[in-house]
Design a protein around this ligand. Structure first.
Ligand SMILES: *Cc1c(COP(=O)(O)O)cnc(C)c1O
Length: 352
């Protein structure tokens, strides 16, 4: 039976990406070596790194003055690293609190300087995105989480802030076009919409760096990773390679414009089912609904296990909701196809 992977992360990868990754794990391009056995300084790995950077630039239309890095430590290390590199002690950065990941970013930033939480949706268990956010002009940056993986909300449009934006795009990078020139830093762990855990994509504006007075540890200094083309030390080569395979797959499927069309069609189908079936209801405010993570509940929560087992019988895995929302969460990242969403909708209809 086919398995439909709706997990929030680590998450679904395209079928052809997994096949190519499996081949590279056995032997990479007639070298007699697995990619996992190869030097991060070899010609082959250098070519992988260069193509991964070039394709990221091409797909996201990244302007001059920005650098693309593949680091380690996940988005969770970026909570701290962004602040360490951009927020001087004595300065106060603006943070928008839209859920659990934002809160963690705020906690780490406080170790580096002042944090002004300029807006929060905690009053309604993060089921919406705050509007008309006021950011003091003195803030070195405003930090946002573009898609809230746990609560199923997403900035539909990035507001026009008067200060540079630092964005956690872990769960919606490459899902739609973005205007990179608004940002000082964009970061994303690989394991939601790109590849396996291990690599973290960072896009940083070079002009934003070198302004803090503190001494930066080597492993936490963007400038060092820029100088070393991401490979100051041994990088997460296999994870970067699988991410590269995904980037090639995105390009082949129409780029981020192709992805946004595909994602809109999937999300519309699923939200329509949630809205039309009297047993279910969505948790996120309609205008802020995520196209990546769709959170919904049963009016009769006592039937939750019954629904989950109906899903399992249809090959659907990973739809149990996060404990802070309950119910169900269907993560429909780029690699999920329309057939997978149709399968879930079918189960909802027959459950009805
Ligand atoms: C998963 C996730 C994180 C945490 O990522 P790690 O790579 O595990 O550190 C941070 N932010 C968002 C929005 C996420 O979805």
């Amino acid at each position: 039976m086919k398995t439909y992977n709706f997990y929030a992360g680590p998450a679904i990868l395209a079928e052809e990406v997994k096949k190519q990754a499996a081949q590279a794990a056995l032997e990479y391009e007639n070298t007699g070596l697995s990619l996992m056995e190869m030097s991060h300084r070899s010609a082959e790995v250098t070519a992988i790194m260069e193509e991964a950077v070039a394709l990221t630039r091409e797909l996201l239309n990244i302007p001059e003055g920005y650098r693309v890095l593949f680091l380690q430590g996940g988005a969770s290390l970026q909570f701290y690293m962004t602040a360490l590199n951009l927020l001087d002690s004595g300065k106060t950065a603006a943070y928008v609190d839209t859920g659990a990941w934002s809160k963690k970013a705020i906690k780490e930033a406080k170790r580096c300087g002042g944090v002004d939480v300029v807006a929060s949706s905690s009053d309604k268990n993060y089921n919406y995105i705050p509007k008309n956010i006021d950011v003091p002009a003195s803030a070195p940056y405003v930090h946002i989480t573009t898609n809230n993986t746990i609560f199923g909300t997403q900035f539909q449009e990035i507001p026009d802030f008067d200060v540079p934006v630092v964005a956690d795009m872990s769960s919606d990078i490459f899902s739609r076009p973005i205007d990179v020139s608004k940002y000082d830093v964009i970061y994303a762990g690989a394991q939601k919409n790109m590849g396996p855990a291990g690599a973290t994509l960072v896009i940083v504006r070079e002009g934003a760096l070198g302004k803090v007075t503190r001494e930066l540890p080597s492993m936490l200094d963007y400038r060092l990773f820029i100088e070393k083309n991401s490979l100051f030390n041994t990088g997460p080569v296999f994870s970067i390679y699988v991410s590269l395979l995904t980037l090639r797959w995105i390009k082949k499927n129409g780029g981020v414009e192709g992805m946004v069309n595909r994602n809109t069609e999937k999300a519309n189908l699923l939200y329509e089912a949630i809205d039309n079936h009297p047993l279910f209801y969505g948790t996120a405010a309609k205008e802020d609904r995520s196209k990546m993570n769709v959170c919904f509940l049963l009016h009769e929560p006592s039937r939750s296990d019954e629904f989950l087992s109906a899903c399992a019988d249809a090959g659907i895995v990973g739809v149990k909701g996060h404990r802070s929302v309950g119910g169900f969460r269907a993560s429909i990242y780029n690699a999920m196809d329309l057939a997978g969403v149709r399968q879930l909708v079918k189960v909802m209809e027959s459950f009805q």
